[in-house]
Design a protein around this ligand. Structure first.
Ligand code: PAF
Length: 301
């Protein structure tokens, strides 16, 4: 494995493997099994896997955890080596954002609901850095975790809208044995908070179980989830949205939907989601790009 910190070096290393299929896993480091599942998915489909570690300042709000975001580069490097990553790309902020930087990628409607309603600049920062990283790595396929469902939608839309010749693959969320979705931010939780955080996945899976036995009314499914989610310190949102448009889903559910939640446990903000789809176990096909707008009729939610 090569560890590379500059774009020049990266281009020259990738120039030597241009005839190969390149997979890309963008991360902010503090790697866990969720990231490793992305590497595994990349290795299954690509000859070369590039993993980037960059804690992107433009996607953090002024009061968010940029300065305290967990970092452990040597551990991450070893994990990448063990997982068969070909190139670890770890640029510093100046390499990614040159002096006088002022050009951003502005996502649209998909970035305004769910997390976007509470983190107004977040997806602009994500889309910008992902676009820049795509331009540096020029991958054939890029891999993202389903836990960041809205991020997947925004990035997929961006790839279509900007004619980026990159397949965006969404890999199912990896969970701890007790079903807490893996996240670098889980390390902020103390023992007691870690236990209370389970209310999130408990709520989402309770609703999913109701869906599986035939419940299709949005309000009823959300009420089932809310009963558990009320145990967290502050529920920021619980929304059942159309999986393509991220607009509120309509009752009775007939299209794939995503039940998404963001909640604070102590001072830690956690997100999670489940896909409700009669189609397959994980709901969406990883390559799904359908972006039709559906509207609720008068009887819908
Ligand atoms: O999901 C993440 O870790 C980040 O949002 C990403 C995609 C690496 C962009 O900074």
């Amino acid at each position: 494995m090569q560890t590379i910190t500059t774009v020049t070096e990266l281009r020259s290393a990738l120039g030597r493997v241009r005839d190969k299929h390149v997979g890309f896993v963008p991360t902010m480091g503090y790697l866990h099994d969720g990231h490793m599942a992305l590497v595994k998915a990349s290795r299954a489909r690509c000859d070369v896997t590039v993993l980037s570690i960059f804690v992107n300042p433009t996607q953090f709000g002024p009061t968010e955890d940029l300065s305290t975001y967990p970092r452990n580069f040597l551990r991450d490097e070893q994990l990448c080596r063990d997982a068969g990553v070909t190139i670890l790309f770890a640029p510093d902020a100046h390499e990614v954002y040159p002096a006088q930087f002022e050009t951003f990628v502005e996502p649209g409607e998909l970035a305004r609901s769910l997390c976007g309603a509470f983190r107004p600049e977040h997806f602009r920062g994500v889309a910008t850095v992902v676009c820049k990283l795509f331009n540096m790595v020029l991958p054939d396929i890029a891999f993202f975790g389903q836990k960041d469902f809205q991020q997947c939608a925004v990035v997929r839309r961006m790839a279509i809208d900007l004619n980026l010749p990159i397949e965006i693959v969404t890999v199912p969320t990896v969970r701890e044995p007790d079903r807490l979705a893996m996240s670098s931010r889980n390390r902020y939780l103390n023992k007691e908070e870690r236990l209370r955080a389970l209310a999130i996945s408990r709520g989402l899976f309770a609703a999913e179980a109701e869906f599986r036995v035939g419940e299709r009314e949005c309000e009823k499914l959300m009420a089932v989830a809310r009963r558990h989610l009320d145990e967290v310190d502050r529920l920021q949102y619980l929304e059942l949205v159309d999986a393509d448009t991220l607009q509120p889903a309509c009752s009775p559910l007939s299209q794939p939907a995503a039940l998404c939640a963001a909640a604070y446990v102590g001072s830690t903000r956690l997100i999670d989601n489940v896909i409700l789809s009669a189609g397959s176990e994980h709901g969406l096909r990883p390559d799904q790009t359908r972006m039709t707008l559906s509207r609720c009729d008068d009887t819908g939610r």
